[in-house]
Design a protein around this ligand. Structure first.
Ligand SMILES: NC(=O)c1ccc[n+]([C@@H]2O[C@H](COP(=O)([O-])OP(=O)(O)OC[C@H]3O[C@@H](n4cnc5c(N)ncnc54)[C@H](OP(=O)(O)O)[C@@H]3O)[C@@H](O)[C@H]2O)c1
Length: 273
């Protein structure tokens, strides 16, 4: 297993779902993690939960020392958030080796339902938030000498998902950003990759299924079962499974993967229709 002993990591959108799964895995592998989300209460509760779980189950095999994560509330769609988080990483962790950008997803909707304000809000959430975080954290990642950036995207960036126009249109931008930056940042020995999750069992995924069910006048469980039927492994992924992928990409065992979008979807996007 790729260990992260003493690595310093910032994970945004970490109070729930995929971000929380990533934060847990990084802590278990020995990283010192600054977890962030908008709500102070939620992020503190998530950090306590992670520390309690690892106290009980033990860290990842081979990890001798691990530390409870620290937290700071910040809304990544606000212009000042990135600087606040980078400064907190510098002060509390002494620098930064790993940046993981996650947050919520945009609301579902088709073209006729979406106005300019919704498009702009989705751009701020999906594109501008990671752009600002990367820009502001770059000096720290350069100092690291082995910086790693992981951007949370979606399979909607690979192939459109029904009703998720904002995501379908904007996530490919993250792929382009990571591809471009892989070239620009290689000289600084910073590797950057994007994760494209399929369906994972998180609050966000349940909300999307409920919205689809409401619109179709059906039960969310029916929509869920139809979704799992389209996945060769016949189930949603777990945040732990995604955390393990990020744990590897963020480690120094990843020496040659950069600029890629890694799909983690139980085979959904390659399944024959
Ligand atoms: N779950 C899936 O199946 C799936 C599939 C493909 C892609 N994705 C994408 O992966 C990302 C994470 O999804 P998820 O399922 O883990 O979502 P989730 O369960 O809703 O969790 C979202 C996390 O982000 C935080 N957050 C939301 N808005 C934020 C903001 N403006 N600033 C800072 N933190 C913010 C939330 O905490 P607070 O409320 O405390 O801020 C929470 O910790 C999303 O972009 C989603 O679209 C998810």
């Amino acid at each position: 297993m790729a260990l992260l002993d003493g690595k310093r990591a910032l994970v945004t959108g970490a109070s729930a779902g995929l971000g929380a799964g990533v934060a847990r895995e990084l802590v278990a592998r020995g990283a010192r993690v600054l977890m962030s989300s908008r709500s102070t209460e939620r992020i503190q509760a998530a950090a306590v939960k992670i520390a309690e779980e690892i106290k009980t189950s033990g860290p990842a095999p081979g990890t001798n020392v691990w530390q409870a994560p620290i937290t700071l509330a910040a809304d990544v769609t606000l212009p000042a958030a990135a600087a606040t988080l980078a400064e907190a990483a510098r002060k509390a962790l002494g620098g930064l080796d790993i940046l993981v950008c996650s947050a919520g997803g945009p609301p579902p909707g088709d073209f006729s339902e979406l106005d300019d304000a919704q498009w702009e809000a989705a751009f701020r959430l999906i594109m501008l938030a990671p752009i600002r975080l990367i820009r502001t954290c770059l000096p720290l990642l350069r100092e690291s000498g082995a910086g790693r950036i992981v951007l949370m995207s979606s399979v909607s960036g690979i192939r459109p998902v029904k009703r998720l126009l904002l995501s379908n249109a904007l996530r490919p931008g993250l792929t382009g950003l990571a591809r471009h930056l892989a070239g620009e940042l290689a000289a600084d020995r910073i590797l950057i990759n994007t994760i494209a999750p399929g369906y994972f069992d998180t609050e966000r995924a349940r909300e999307v299924q409920e919205a689809i069910a409401r619109q179709a006048g059906r039960e969310p469980i029916e929509i869920a079962e139809e979704t799992w039927a389209r996945i060769p492994l016949r189930r949603p992924g777990s945040p732990e499974e995604l955390g393990r992928l990020v744990g590897f990409l963020a480690s120094e065992e990843n020496t040659f993967i950069t600029g890629q979008t890694l799909v983690i979807d139980g085979g959904m996007t390659v399944a024959a229709e």
